[in-house]
Design a protein around this ligand. Sequence first.
Ligand code: DI6
Ligand code: FE
Length: 402
Amino acid sequence: MSFDTIWFNARLATLSRNADGLGIVEHGAVAAKDGRIAFAGAMSDLPSGWDAKSRIDCEGRWITPGLVDCHTHLVFGGDRAHEFELRLQGASYEEIARAGGGIASTVKATRAASENDLVSSALPRLDHLIREGVTTIEVKSGYGLDLDSESRLLRAARRLGGERPVSVTTTFLGAHALPPEANGDKDAFITRVCEEMLPAIAKAELADAADAFCEGIAFSSEQTARVFAAARTAGLPVKLHADQLSNLHGARLAAEHSALSADHLEFTDEDGAAAMAKAGTVAVLLPGAFYFIRETQKPPVEHFRKHGTRIALATDCNPGTSPLTSLLLTMNMGATLFRLTVEECLAGVTREAARALGRLDEIGTLEPGKWCDLAIWNVERPAELVYRIGFNPLHTRIWRGQ
Ligand code: DI6
Ligand code: FE
């Protein structure tokens, strides 16, 4: 067999679906052909007579699948650092919101930004993720809140994948917050999301999925169900911001609509966890937001384990509640704050994150046929990737075999 590139003399954490735990292979190799994995396994299992244009000695380093950040709001205008300062001086979230701050200030800045502005302000955040081995990101809209601005944001998100060697999937989150011109009428706004924005965005192929924020301060479960129905009509899979600040039974609702994932889930109960497991809906935990808003209610990890709900981890990178651009730190937070194991953390930013995007067939594990997206690490054991805080041991990142 003739490969383009082989990385040999490596230790692999394949995260393969059929393997136990991390799917560890000592004395391993990964080989690429036409951007895809042609071989991943023990060097002793390489097909006889193999050959490669380029041979890279990994000197015993660890190779994992490229990391997948499956929940971000990476593209937005402005920032909220000043609001952070005000909060440290004692202002409440409500006071800031009433003074025109909070999510409304990001919507205003995003609407004022051009597509180029949105791309260039997102790139430094993307570059930070990439430097830590991220090869796929999801980006949500939700700071435009009208058809033009949401479309511009999603076009900017798609363009990121042309500016950098990274795969981008986009999610339409029109039902994120109520824009000022809606004058408090949530039902009327949801009607616009369902009848105007979502069909147009799906038709323009600007989104790969649809999402909503189901919460007292955002939209009810009835309103969320309307968005899900419109997404189904438009042929888009769904995801949900569920049970972040209270239990509106968003996890169950997501499961009932066969959502790819339900995300946050601090207030999810056992019934919700069980329903998700049964539906195959992935639990995407976002410890950065939990940390930043100083939440104390933890997601029900024991219930997820008991019922076999799949767990992913993501940054939730956004200006209001998680200004975080590190998946390595996210893993450390997942372990420290939520008591996830090393295996759960690593699977959570690779295999399970890919599953949460509906892309497990293409990425997320080291298995032949998938895109050859790799992270090669200067570590002695995989636990170091979770254990260290603010240290980046990435040696090389490979996207589609390069
Ligand atoms: N959940 C959150 O915590 C953020 N959005 C969401 O759906 C808040 C976003 C912001 O404050 O800008
Ligand atoms: Fe979010």
